[in-house]
Ligand binder design. Structure first.
Ligand code: SAH
Length: 456
């Protein structure tokens, strides 16, 4: 029987879904933050629950051969990256193995899982950044929240974000310090500047800076605009967003454009997208293209198909597919995303898409009742996966292929198991690394209707 606060030696064997190391003591599962597979560590058991424990490393007895010196000096304190101290090839291997293992264990799905597609340069890949703003010893700081807290870790340069942020951070600090602008304090709820958000078009080089303020009056606004204009190459838009609420939600309701446009433009492949302060856009456009091209390949369209894109967001996948399909129907619960999807179809001259707002579990059965047909169905649900009603209706629609894009292997395993039971076969799975140095893994799966399945 293990004892809380006792010291144990553990070999880390795996990485859990939030990036923590996983090992076993006398067969009992223990999570060890900062541990990576191959490490042998001495830990103090800080938490002991019925089915697992959590330990803190007190001594590294033997480091894993995959352990590297992370390029970022903040890697162990900042909450952004969890596994930057692991060799990138190993990160990819672990992600692929996790997908395969979870599909087999939870879903009993035996299929081909291809090696994870990684990035050639797994740095500076994020096109969107959100910096909380604070004060430390009389100096302005922008940075990230520490793991599990709201203390700010100051940064001047983040290795996974667009490099232009360096200039934005510099200017914001200069402006705050030179003009004695106050910064928001979560405890007293006083102070003006709360967050700075940046968005960058990787293909176009266009930059948007969003300044989130507690109050409407932004002193010496024109001076700030000038300073940003001078330093930030590609600056197309500066937006102020007002958030007076005592909340962790970054954005408030009111948005004012204080310089240039209210949006920037970027491309994924040859598709053009408008990105506004609050619209959703994939944060790693390079890998998004890889993922969606795979989805398109798995859909294997001839131009004759009616396609459903369920959980379509701003319609990225729908538009990718529309060029090769007869018609694409997109369904999504967020009204603003559907507005963007329609706008994105329009600016790309795509006329064979239809978008519906609503919960997929309500809208899809309605569309089916109305007699809409699907030859191919693509789903890209949130972490919890598809509602059973959605899967049930897909099966009724009887498409010859289902392409499942997933950010969570556990819900994916459950949903694939359901579809396999109803006459589909998971032919192959391609994991794609959308978020290097974090524990996330995205997968795209191709399912085909069995020729000897229940439906034919
Ligand atoms: N394929 C999309 C992103 C999908 S992310 C793109 O390319 O942009 C998952 C999406 O599912 C989110 O946009 C989320 O708003 C939406 N969503 C969540 N629950 C939903 C539900 N019950 N019905 C429909 N859409 C839902």
């Amino acid at each position: 029987m293990l004892q809380k606060n006792s010291i144990y030696t553990v070999e880390i064997e795996d990485i859990g879904h939030t990036g923590e190391g996983v090992g076993r003591i006398e067969g009992f599962t223990v999570f060890v933050e900062g541990g990576i597979p191959g490490d042998i560590v001495k830990i103090k058991l800080k938490t002991l629950k019925k089915n697992y424990g959590m330990g803190r490393i007190i001594q590294m007895l033997q480091p894993s051969k995959d352990r590297i010196e992370p390029p970022c000096s903040l890697a162990s304190t900042c909450g952004g990256c969890q596994i930057m101290h692991m060799d990138y090839k190993k990160q990819l291997a672990i992600k692929g193995n996790r997908v395969k293992e979870i599909l087999e264990r939870i879903g009993k799905v035996e299929t081909v899982v291809h090696p994870t597609i990684g990035m050639e340069n797994p740095y500076e890949y994020r096109n969107k950044s959100q910096f909380p703003v604070g004060m430390m010893k009389g100096k302005a700081i922008l940075g990230f929240y520490k793991k599990g807290s709201h203390d700010i870790v100051a940064t001047d340069y983040c290795h996974i974000q667009a490099p232009i942020n360096k200039e934005v951070i510099e200017v914001m600090k200069e402006y705050i310090e030179a003009y004695k602008i106050t910064v928001y304090d979560e405890k007293s709820k006083k102070g003006l500047i709360r967050h700075v958000v940046t968005k960058v078009g990787f293909e176009t080089g266009e930059v948007m800076v969003v300044i989130i303020t507690n109050g409407k009056d932004l002193p010496l606004k024109d001076r700030l605009v000038e300073m940003l204009q001078k330093k930030v190459k590609g600056l197309k838009s500066i937006v102020q967003n007002i958030n007076n609420k005592d909340t962790n939600v970054i954005f408030g309701r009111e948005t004012i454009t204080i310089y240039g446009e209210d949006k920037i433009v970027d491309y994924i492949g040859d598709l053009k997208f408008h990105i506004s302060a609050q619209s959703f856009f994939q944060v790693n456009p390079t890998q998004t293209k890889v993922l969606y091209e795979k989805a398109l390949a798995y859909a294997d369209l001839t131009g004759e198909e009616n396609v459903f894109d369920i959980y379509c967001g701003i319609g990225t996948i729908s538009l990718f597919l529309a060029k090769k399909a007869k018609k694409v129907v997109g369904v999504e619960v967020v009204d603003a995303a559907i507005k963007d999807a329609k706008e994105n179809a329009r600016i790309n001259d795509i006329n064979n898409t239809e978008f519906y707002v609503g919960e997929a579990e309500v809208v899809i059965p309605e569309l089916y009742e109305k007699g809409l047909k699907a030859d191919i169905v693509v789903v890209d649900p949130p972490r919890k996966g598809c509602e059973e009603k959605v899967l049930e209706t897909i099966v009724k629609m009887n498409p010859r292929r289902v392409v499942y894009v997933s950010c969570n292997p556990a819900s994916l395993a459950r949903d694939l198991a359901y579809l396999e039971e109803k006459g589909y076969k998971t032919v192959e799975v391609q994991p794609v690394d959308m978020f290097p140095h974090t524990a996330h893994v995205e997968s795209v799966c191709k399912l085909s209707r069995n020729s000897n399945g229940l439906k034919e």
